[in-house]
Structures are given as structure tokens and as C-alpha cells.
Design a protein around this ligand. Structure first.
Ligand code: GAR
Length: 203
């Protein structure tokens, strides 16, 4: 069975969507660890409630040692790393050792509204400001860039003239909670093939 570590920084609603998919047996996978880079992340409570092993490595304390510390805990113990609202940037060995085995969820249709400094509500503020009529979320592989790795799947939502960033965020989050477990299910069923930086979903 696919073993994963889920990395979070906050509420952990995307983590919850994975927990729910596992508990309902929709997703055959084991969440071996939940790791937060922030003290008091509510996602840690969600994990503990489900008997999942947790670690908190606060980024203010661990700074440039964060990625190596995470690697030291999960190396040889998990197959995949899932960034579910994890707001630190992974660097160094962890990217090499888990090459092609780290995925992230981003709350826009990449390559729009992504990259350095684009996270959380800022993404939706930028989408509203630009006047786009469609937004959504993207699950993608993580590489050395920010939000630049191959796209696995995207889900879209309409953007209305009257929307606030918070309204759009809520609408996109509903789709995130479908997208992330769906991507993991495809991975667990070996249906995600990476060819020349592009993903083919096998039937
Ligand atoms: C989600 O909207 C996720 O896409 C976003 O943070 C939120 C975390 O929510 N991630 C990023 O912006 C990464 N660039 P959650 O803690 O409730 O899952």
C-alpha cells in the first residue's frame, strides 16, 4: 500500500479530505506522518484524532534546517510526500531523494497566479484583480522551482463579477478537496505517467 507523509501549515482541510478518502476506503493508502512547519496548526489536531503520527518543526525555529529535518524523519519510511497547504519551500536533498514523488496542491490554475509569494488568499485576490472568469486548483509534481512542476490534474470554478477573494477561496477549496484525493488515488493505482515533464493519465 502507498505510504505517504502529508505536510501542512494550517487548517488542514486538504489533509482532512485525504483522511476521509482513506477512512471510506475510496483511497488505498496509509498516512504515515503529518508534519507541520507551524506551531498550532489545526491540521495536527485532525491527524491526532485519527491516530496519525505527527511532528511539528516550526519554520521560525528550524529555518534552513527544515527540509533536512523532515527528510530525516520520513526517509525510507514513505513512498510519497503530499504538500497540503504547506507554505515552506522544500530544498536540498529531500527534492533529490523524493524526485517525482512529491505533489502539491495550489489554489489556482497553474501557470496563472502562482510562484513566489503566491499562497492562500493572495492567490484569490490576484485572480479577482485580474478579472479572470475561471479559476480553480492544480495538483502538480514538485520540482526545484515554485509551482513549476508537471501538472497532474486541475479542476475549475467560475469567477463571478461580484466575488470577493474569500468567496472565490471557498469555491476553489471545495474542488481542492476532490482534486487531491483523486490525484492520490491515480498515483496509488499507478495511473500517473511522467513523460518529458508532461503527465499522462492512464485509463
Ligand atoms: C489551500 O487552499 C491550498 O491550496 C493552499 O493553502 C490552503 C491550505 O488550506 N496552498 C497554497 O497556497 C500553496 N501555494 P488547508 O490547510 O485547509 O488545506
Amino acid at each position: 500500500m502507498l505510504k505517504i507523509a502529508v505536510l501542512i501549515s494550517g487548517s488542514g482541510s486538504n489533509l482532512q479530505s485525504i483522511i476521509d478518502a482513506v477512512n471510506s476506503k475510496e483511497l488505498q493508502c496509509e498516512i504515515s506522518f503529518v508534519i507541520s512547519d507551524k506551531n498550532n496548526a489545526f491540521g495536527i489536531e485532525r491527524a491526532e484524532k485519527n491516530g496519525i503520527k505527527t511532528y511539528i518543526f516550526d519554520k521560525k525555529e528550524y529555518k534552513e534546517k527544515l527540509s533536512d529535518t523532515i527528510l530525516s524523519v520520513i526517509e525510507n519510511k514513505v513512498d510519497f510526500i503530499v504538500l497540503a497547504g504547506f507554505l515552506s519551500i522544500l530544498r536540498g536533498d529531500i527534492l533529490k531523494k523524493f524526485e517525482g514523488r512529491i505533489i502539491n496542491i495550489h489554489p489556482s490554475l497553474i501557470p496563472s497566479f502562482c510562484g513566489n509569494g503566491m499562497y492562500g488568499i493572495k492567490v484569490h485576490e490576484a485572480a479577482i484583480e485580474s478579472g479572470v472568469k475561471v479559476s480553480g486548483c492544480t495538483v502538480h509534481f514538485v520540482d526545484e522551482g515554485t509551482d513549476s512542476g508537471p501538472i497532474i490534474l486541475q479542476r475549475t470554478v467560475p469567477v463571478y463579477y461580484e466575488d470577493t477573494a474569500e468567496m472565490l477561496q471557498k469555491r476553489v477549496l471545495i474542488e481542492e478537496h476532490i482534486a487531491l484525493p483523486t490525484a492520490l488515488k491515480l498515483i496509488s493505482e499507478h495511473k500517473v505517467e511522467l513523460n518529458n515533464n508532461k503527465v499522462k493519465i492512464l485509463k
